[in-house]
Design a protein. Structure first.
Length: 282
C-alpha cells in the first residue's frame, strides 16, 4: 500500500500492480500512484507499434511530481500541460526516429471532494459505490464507436476483428485529444484504473465479485491473478483507490460537481449486480 493522501474530510489509500502477462515479452504498460497529490494514471503502450514502452513511460514521467494545487481547475491545467509536453516529446521522437508509437491514458485527479477523469484510448476507470460497479469512461475504439452507433451489437463487438483498434492515443497526433468527466467522491468509494489487459479477460461482473469484501492489496493481487488464470494475452495493470473518512464524524458529500470548461458530468453506466462469493482467489 502506498502512503495515504489526506483530502479533508477524506483519506485516499491506493495500490498499483502491473504484470507482463503470459504472451508479451515486454511490459509496455506504465502507471502512476500518487495518493498525496490525488493523481493516479495508467498508460498502455499501443500494441503492435514500435516503442510502446517508451510512449507510456514518457507520459507517466511527465505527470510525476505534480502537486500544490488550490483547485481542481488548477490541477487540470497543470495535468493538461504535462500531457501536452509528453505528446510533443513523443511526436519529436517519431520525427527523429521514423518510428510509430503511441499510448493510451486513463487518469483520475482528486482535489478535496471533487474528481476528474481524463482519458484517451481503451484503458478504463471504474467506481465501486454502494455495491454497484460503474464504468466512468467510454472506450475510444472502432468497435465501441460502432456499438454506440448501433452498427454492432454487444455480442458482435466482442468478436469483431478490429475490436482492439483505438481511435485516440497520446503521441499519434500533434494535438492531444483527451475526454473528461467530473464528479465527486464519497466515503467508501473504490476506484479502479486498468489497462485493457484486464477487461479483455474479466467481465464487469467478475471484477465486481473480486473487489467485494477484500482489502485494496488483496483485490489488486486477485485481479491480476484472475487475469493470469484466464491466459493474460496482454500486459495487465490495475490501480485501486479507496476513499475513507478522515474522522468518524466526517459526513459524506452527495451529488455531482458542476462540469467546467467543456467537461461532461459523470455519466452513469452502472452495472448493479448481486454480490456473490468470489471464485478467483486472492
Amino acid at each position: 500500500m502506498t502512503p495515504a493522501g489526506v483530502f479533508d474530510p477524506f483519506i485516499l489509500d491506493a495500490r498499483g500492480v502491473s504484470h507482463v502477462g503470459h504472451v508479451r515479452e515486454e511490459n509496455q504498460d506504465d502507471y502512476l500512484v500518487d495518493a498525496g497529490a490525488g493523481l493516479f494514471a495508467v498508460a498502455d503502450g499501443v500494441g503492435g507499434l514500435k516503442d510502446g514502452r517508451h510512449a507510456s513511460r514518457t507520459v507517466i514521467e511527465a505527470l510525476t511530481g505534480l502537486t500544490g494545487f488550490s483547485s481542481l481547475m488548477e490541477f487540470r491545467d497543470t495535468f493538461d500541460a504535462g500531457v501536452t509536453r509528453a505528446n510533443h516529446a513523443l511526436r519529436r521522437f517519431v520525427r527523429e526516429n521514423g518510428s510509430a508509437l503511441g499510448t493510451t491514458l486513463a487518469a483520475l485527479l482528486i482535489h478535496d471532494q471533487a474528481l476528474l477523469c481524463a482519458w484517451a484510448g481503451d484503458s478504463r476507470i471504474y467506481r465501486l459505490r454502494d455495491r454497484a460497479l460503474t464504468l466512468l469512461t467510454d472506450d475510444h475504439t472502432e468497435a465501441a464507436d460502432l456499438l454506440r452507433q448501433g452498427t454492432l451489437t454487444p455480442e458482435e463487438a466482442r468478436v469483431w476483428p478490429r475490436r482492439n483498434v483505438i481511435t485516440r492515443a497520446i503521441g499519434v497526433d500533434d494535438a492531444v485529444d483527451l475526454e473528461y468527466r467530473s464528479g465527486s467522491i464519497q466515503s467508501g468509494d473504490i476506484y479502479l484504473l486498468c489497462s485493457d489487459g484486464l477487461t479483455t479477460h474479466l467481465s464487469d461482473a467478475e471484477i465486481l465479485s473480486i473487489l467485494s469484501g477484500r482489502s485494496l492489496d488483496e483485490a489488486a493481487e486477485a485481479l491480476i491473478g484472475a487475469t493470469l488464470r484466464e491466459g493474460a494475452s496482454d500486459n495487465v495493470t490495475v490501480i485501486l483507490v479507496g476513499v475513507r473518512p478522515a474522522s468518524p464524524l466526517s459526513e459524506r458529500r452527495e451529488g455531482l460537481d458542476k462540469p467546467a470548461r467543456g467537461e461532461r458530468p459523470m455519466r452513469e453506466q452502472t452495472v448493479q449486480l448481486a454480490l456473490r462469493k468470489a471464485h478467483h482467489g486472492g
